[in-house]
Structures are given as C-alpha cells and as structure tokens.
Design a protein around this ligand. Structure first.
Ligand SMILES: [Zn+2]
Length: 488
C-alpha cells in the first residue's frame, strides 16, 4: 500500500501526499508543489569546505592527493567551524574506509563534483520509478542520483523533521556521493560495475522511494545487511570471474553440486556442540577481523525449531523491495537440511553465510533492458542469474576445512593428518573421501592466501583438481590428463 502511494508521488510531484501511519515522530502532512520545486541550497557549511577544497591550484588535481587537499582547506580557512570540519571529514573517511584512493583503475568523484551536485537545484522528475536496483546507463544512473539529491534538498525544508534527521540525510548523501567511482581510463563516466557505485545507486533509489521515511532508508537492525554495510558485495566481481572460468571445466559444477547436496559433510557431532560452538565462534571472530568487517550485529539469532527462515540468507534484492539480506542464525548451530535439522558449529554458519554476502552483487539480477518495464508486468522477480552450484562451492569448501579443524581439535588429531570420516563425495564414477577434500583445500588456502575465496578457486591448480573430481574419468582422454588426480 505504501509503495503505491510513493510511486504515484514520484511520478507526479504536483500531488505530493505523505502517508506514514506507522510513524511515531512525524504526523502525516502535505507540502504544495511550489515549495517542492523551489530550489534551495542545502549543506551550506559543507559547501564552504568543499569550495575551499577545490579552490585555486588544487582544482585540477584534487583526486591525486586527497590528504593534501585537507591540509589546503585548513591552511586557507583557519577559522572553520566544527560543523565544517565534520562535513569535510566525511569525504575523507569514506575515501579511506573504502580504499577509494588505492584503487588501481578507479577514482572517486572529486570534492568539487560533489559540491556542485549537492548545491545545484535538482529539478528533475525521474522517469524510472521501477526500483529494480540496477542502473541501465549513465543517464539512468544520474537521473536516480539527482532525483535522490532533490529529495534531500526538500527534506532540509521540512519543518516537521528534527535537525538530527535532516543531518543524517545530509551525511549519508555525502557518503553515498563519495562512493561513486569513475574509471581512470574514462573519467567522464561512472563505473557502473563498481560495487561502491552500486551501493550509491541503491541509496539514491531508496531516497526516491521512501522520501522522508527515515526508518526505511536507514534500516538498522541486527542481522540486516544492506548497501550501508561496506562489505556487501565486496568480492562479487571475483565471483563472476570464477564463474566465467569454471564454465571451461565441466566437472566443477558437477562436483560442487554433489558436495553441497551431501549432508554427511556436517562432520562435527551435536554432542560436541558446547566446545565446537565456542571454538568456531573464535574462528569466526578471527576471520571477521582479517576481513575488516567491524560491524558487530551482522547476525540475528533465531530458533531453528520455530522459525522457517533460520540460518538462511534472504535476498531481498527484488524490484521495489528493500535491498538487503537478513542473516538469521540459530545460536545452537542447528541448520535446516532436506533430512531435517542438522548441526554445524555456529561460528562456521556465520562465516559461510557472510562469505555469500561478500560475493553477492549489490544490485538486482534483472537486466538493464528491464528497467522500464512496469513492475506489475514483470515476471522477473524470481531472479535468474548466478549459478547456485558455483555460488556454494567456495563457502562450502571453506566450511568443510574449518569443520575438519574443529573436529581435529575436539579429538586431539594433528591438523595435517587426513581423517577418515567414512564419507565420500560421489560424482560419476569418482569417489573422493571428505577428509581428503578438507586437507587439500586447507592447503590451497595456505598456498594462495586471499580474503576472497573465489580468488583461490580461480587458481589453475584448484580449477583442475575440482574438475578432475567432478568429471567422468572416461571423458578424461579429451582433456589434459597430466595434472589430474582422480581418487576412486
Ligand atoms: Zn551456502
């Protein structure tokens, strides 16, 4: 219901009607179209900072040394207020946090460009009200971004909103604009594939859709992961690269499917859960720190026996819906399998699901050409796109390696020895012992250290071994057999 009202509003700004029956702090109200269309500058303080940043000789090279720009600001405007310093710092923080000055082939928007965007009256009426979370083109990207800025400009005039809320809108807008990347080789155009750019697109789309519904835009609850979390989609390009390579090895998909489907890979027994949960949580914390994931509330806790959504990541990146993932974990480590409830040490569940989130695109799987299809006509909500078998391979191998380590710790077994679990992964006429797979991938993780599991999977040695385990050995004469190791 609310979505329909807002969609109508976006299509026609003359008829602005706000209906937020669930809001406690804001009563429903109406603003006339003249007020809406009247341009006014917002972020006066930050504008001063940004103008100073891009002043004089630094103007043409503001991207090259952002730290130097900051020094220039301080030198030129010694009497800046605390407010000015605060807004200016947001840009620096985003650039630092997201490593935007360290990207090899990309550059962030400059402070001058951001300054112009936020201070220019954005009198745009977006044509695209489909909210499918994927920019179709440069024009479409800017239409959404500028439309979102217009919303924030309007909000600054809204007398019913508190100063804190207005400030939050301002701050998040600067952050989102700071995340937009351009390719170095074509710095006129935004890099529409960059996960940072996609984060920004989603944010401005949300502004358009939810306007002054603060809760919907800044949705912040335990277990909810959306574009405001830096790690959402961080390695998705690695995953796409892996899928591209894996297509050349027919055995990989077969092996991945057989491994994931085999519920006997949950080798740690529930009777050891007290120790296993504690140890695996320690492993998860180490992994989380190594990944620079600082958020504490990435998981919510749910009872597997009561909730049908436990231990699953729910992908809400459907047209018109909030973009994000709800990560609900059973604190005891229970997981749902086709055979009922099974057990996996709880820290390893978190690690596994988080790996999916790192590799998931912060965008819709719909294609750009679907952008202007009305959502009610679209049959695209059941999204096609990534291959589930490939998506599961990295996190499942990772989970297996760590499960094997937990098992060995419980049973005081040397980390390098191969445990005979009496479980084999069967593909065609190959049968590979689970303990062997765990030891082998553990070695590959050490040999090719990477924070992104899809990068490890792309190593030639890894691709070939998994393919060899997955392919029918009678087909091997067609392939290069020299590097294959087939277990029977
Ligand atoms: Zn999974």
């Amino acid at each position: 219901m609310q979505a329909n009202v807002l969609t109508a509003f976006i299509g026609n700004r003359q008829e602005k009607i706000k209906v937020f029956p669930t809001r406690k702090d804001v009563k429903p109200f109406r603003l006339d179209s003249k007020m809406l269309r009247r341009a006014f500058p917002f972020l006066v303080a930050s504008a001063m900072v940004f103008t100073a940043c891009s002043d004089g000789k630094e103007q043409k090279s503001e991207n090259k040394d952002i730290k130097k720009d900051t020094t220039e600001v301080k030198a030129q405007t010694p009497e800046v207020t605390l407010e000015q310093v605060k807004w200016g710092k947001i840009y620096q923080q985003v650039v630092k946090q997201y490593g935007l000055d360290g990207l090899h082939d990309k550059i962030p928007l400059s402070v001058q460009e951001i300054n112009e965007l936020i201070n220019t009256p954005q009198d745009v009426v977006p044509n695209d009200s489909n909210f499918n979370h994927l920019p179709a083109s440069q024009e479409n990207f800017w239409e959404i971004v500028k439309g979102g800025i217009a919303v924030v400009q309007d909000i600054q005039k809204d007398s019913t909103l508190s100063e804190n809320i207005k400030q939050m809108y301002q701050q998040k807008t600067i952050e989102a604009l700071s995340k937009i990347n351009k390719a170095k080789w074509n710095n006129k155009e935004v890099d529409l594939n960059s996960y940072n750019t996609l984060h920004a697109f989603i944010f401005f789309e949300k502004l358009l859709k939810y306007q002054d519904d603060f809760e919907m835009i800044f949705h912040n609850k335990a277990g909810w992961i959306d574009e405001q979390k830096e790690f959402f989609g961080r390695y998705y390009q690695d995953h796409l690269d892996f899928e591209e390579q894996a297509k050349n090895y027919p055995g990989i998909e077969l092996f991945a499917k057989a491994l994931y489907a085999n519920t006997e890979r949950f080798i740690v027994e529930a009777k050891d859960s007290a120790y296993a949960n504690a140890l695996s949580n320690k492993m998860f914390e180490e992994w989380r720190c190594a990944q620079n994931i600082s958020e504490e509330n990435v998981c919510a806790y749910t009872d597997a026996e009561k909730s049908s959504y436990v231990n699953t990541t729910v992908y809400n990146n459907k047209r018109g819906y909030l973009v994000g993932i709800s990560l609900d974990i059973d604190p005891k480590g229970q997981i749902e399998t086709p055979d009922g409830l099974d057990y996996l040490p709880v820290g390893l569940i978190k690690m596994h699901e988080m790996q999916h989130i790192l590799a998931l695109a912060a965008k819709s799987y719909e294609k750009p050409e679907h952008n202007y299809i009305a959502s009610e006509k679209s049959e695209l909500n059941d999204l096609q796109g990534l291959n589930d078998n490939y998506v599961e391979l990295g996190p499942t191998l990772y989970t297996l390696v760590y499960s094997d380590r937990v098992y060995k710790a419980i049973n005081k077994i040397d980390r390098d020895s191969e445990v005979d679990y009496g479980v084999n992964i069967q593909v065609s006429n190959n049968s590979v012992p689970l303990g062997k797979i765990a030891n082998w991938f553990g070695k590959m993780m050490e040999k090719y250290p990477s924070k992104s599991v899809d990068k490890i999977l792309q190593k030639k040695e890894v691709l070939e071994q998994i393919n060899a385990w997955g392919i029918d050995k009678h087909e091997l004469p067609l392939m290069n057999m020299n590097n294959f190791e087939v277990s029977r």
